[in-house]
Design a protein around this ligand. Sequence first.
Ligand SMILES: Nc1nc2c(c(=O)[nH]1)N[C@H]1C(S)=C(S)[C@@H](COP(=O)(O)O)O[C@H]1N2
Ligand SMILES: [Mo]
Length: 419
Amino acid sequence: MQREIARDGTMISNFAPTRRQILRQLGMTGATLMSGSALADSLVDLPLAGGPRQRSITTAFPQKRPMILQRTRPPLLETPFEAFDDAVLTPNDLFYVRWHWADIPTEIDSDGFRLKVRGHVGRAQSLTLKEIVNELPRVELTAVNQCSGNSRGHFEPRVAGGEWSNGAMGNARWTGVRLKDVLDRAGVKPGAIQVRFNGLDGPVVPEAPDFMKSLDIDHARDGEVMIAYAMNGEQLPLLNGFPLRLVVPGWYATYWVKMLNDIEVLTAPDTNYWTATAYRIPDTPGANIAPGETEVNLVPISRMVPRSFTTNLADGARVPAGTPTLVRGIAFGGDTGVGQVHVSTDAGATWKPAALGSDHGKYSFRQWDTRITLSYAGEHLLMVRCTNSNGVAQPVTPNWNPPGFMRNVVECTKLVAVL
Ligand SMILES: Nc1nc2c(c(=O)[nH]1)N[C@H]1C(S)=C(S)[C@@H](COP(=O)(O)O)O[C@H]1N2
Ligand SMILES: [Mo]
């Protein structure tokens, strides 16, 4: 088992649980999703566009430590940002949560659970968790799961939708099987076009469209897309998709279908609302348009773009003037690895490379650090910019689009240097 030291001095294991351990863990999971009352334990100020807004911290959800509460039904819980400074892997009990519909099973019997594989296949399957764990090759991958609308609350002008700050993302080590191996077992027939994924959750009213997403057949069979049964060496928390979820490395989390129990191979492009209509972005660089601009071509959201954050100094932090200050954070390349991370303390006139931490694979967060010296007392802006290994760099001006997707502007932290 590989281990590394986290910043708080504890050990992080690069968990390699045995099949027996995994099967023991995948016992019935049950939970009460929310108590309905007394959700707010305390308040947190978030510096969102249009002025800071107070949001509550909740401890009312199962398998979760205190989380920032966006919405109760369906649960939308944001990861407190400090978690990203503590370790390169986001702990399961701090991992953000997002659901579209409130009808989410509160108890799942793992013996009775089946994953169906059907549609345009030669041998339709109804797989038990034991079969998935024991009979298919196991794969592991560290990858960032980020909501398309992460950081939406910072859009200016403001847009409709969940007002996330920067905590609708997380990085985990995923264990599971290749989607390709599952599809091969079912024997996909020639003429397949897309593969549709559905989970156990559903809408509260029957007329509303069940949440489903589809991938093109070649993407589904690329050998990278996974069906995960463990996250950071443990079974998935119920709210993150117990017992199985899709992992689509490098792509926005909307495709990472949770509580996955149904895979359907299609012979025509999926026309369901969530694939054909929702989650569309302007077909422009960075999905960027001017507010009010119309007549733009829309395409499905897909690959992530690079981002980076300072994690050890919050906005308004006081640092000593004239002496070096340690600055550190995380970066990710989006659909590929981190190439370089640079910081600037002079409004972007000059950029200095940061040192990169250990490489957990191209889809993972990568830690970075450097030292800055602020020569005079007063306010300074610290900027951090990731360039991914394809040479794509974060923009210095924010993108804008009506759904508030794909924000990846260079982040600025205001520092106050004191003598
Ligand atoms: N079954 C199901 N899977 C789903 C969703 C959903 O509503 N239902 N939401 C998707 C979206 S938009 C996001 S951002 C991620 C959130 O994953 P998490 O809750 O594990 O962080 O789940 C995705 N998978
Ligand atoms: Mo999302």
